[in-house]
Design a protein around this ligand. Structure first.
Ligand SMILES: *[C@@H]1O[C@H](CO)[C@@H](O)[C@H](O)[C@H]1NC(C)=O
Length: 241
């Protein structure tokens, strides 16, 4: 009796035990440590083929039971949660405001698949506490084409000896301590003070560098958004060389 089942599951989701990540990512679930009272915006990338599908953010995910509670669908705000889909970038963002310790738990970034197929999803484990184990001074930074930006990633003492990385979200490309010149003209320099913070400096910024990144230490990560505006008039962008 299908219509009855649809009513029952309208706010919940049931999966078969198939998917891992929103397409093709094999790494373990993301872990975020967030501050109570704070706000976070998390990018969720999806395969282009899902552009037309509904996106949603789901809480209390219990993989063993293939169950979770939908908090909001794409381009809606429900209570403290906003989900915004950016089809041109094949990503959606989830903003959670006024975080509380009770928000701690497993979440899914998910794409709805009509019919009997399981939805595709990515696991995100969030812990909310008064002093988070990782944070950034600014979760959104902006620079000009050809210019530079720096980001300060802060971590707690227990994470001193872990690998520190700066990873671009869309292709999972990561940079580690030291200097790396990217395939384009921008360069990434990471310095770890070995105590409570590491800095990331991106120079020779390109328009294509804009987007979402993650500060990472071990399994913990924090999202950072980078926007890149036009070069100031009179300067020659690297792309012109
Ligand atoms: C959702 O909002 C974004 C940003 O405003 C917009 O680009 C997109 O087209 C909207 N998506 C839908 C499905 O309405």
């Amino acid at each position: 009796f299908i219509s009855y089942a649809k009513i029952v599951f309208a706010q919940n989701k049931v999966w078969s035990n198939v998917s891992a990540g929103i397409e093709s990512w094999s790494w373990s679930s993301r872990q975020l440590s967030l501050q109570s009272g704070g706000t976070v915006t998390i990018p969720c990338h999806y395969n282009m083929k899902y552009i037309q599908h509904k996106k949603y953010w789901c809480y209390d995910a219990k993989a063993a039971f293939n169950y979770c509670k939908i908090l909001a669908y794409g381009n809606t705000t429900k209570g403290r949660v906003t989900v915004t889909d950016y089809p041109a970038q094949s990503l959606f963002t989830v903003t959670m405001r006024d975080l509380r310790s009770g928000d701690t738990g497993m979440y899914w970034c998910a794409v709805e698949i009509e019919g009997l197929w399981p939805d595709v999803k990515e696991d995100i484990y969030i812990t909310v506490k008064s002093v988070p184990d990782m944070s950034v001074e600014e979760s959104s930074v902006s620079g000009q084409e050809g210019g530079s930006v720096s980001v300060q990633c802060l971590y707690s003492a227990g994470h001193q000896n872990e690998l520190k990385q700066w990873c671009r979200s869309k292709d999972q490309r990561c940079y580690t301590v030291g200097r790396t010149d990217t395939s384009q003209n921008s360069a990434v320099q990471i310095n770890d003070d070995g105590r409570r913070s590491f800095s990331v400096e991106m120079s020779g910024l390109q328009k294509s560098d804009a987007g979402w990144y993650w500060c990472k230490t071990g399994d913990l990560q924090v999202p950072v958004h980078l926007s890149v505006s036009d070069a100031p008039p009179g300067t020659i962008a690297n792309t012109d060389i």
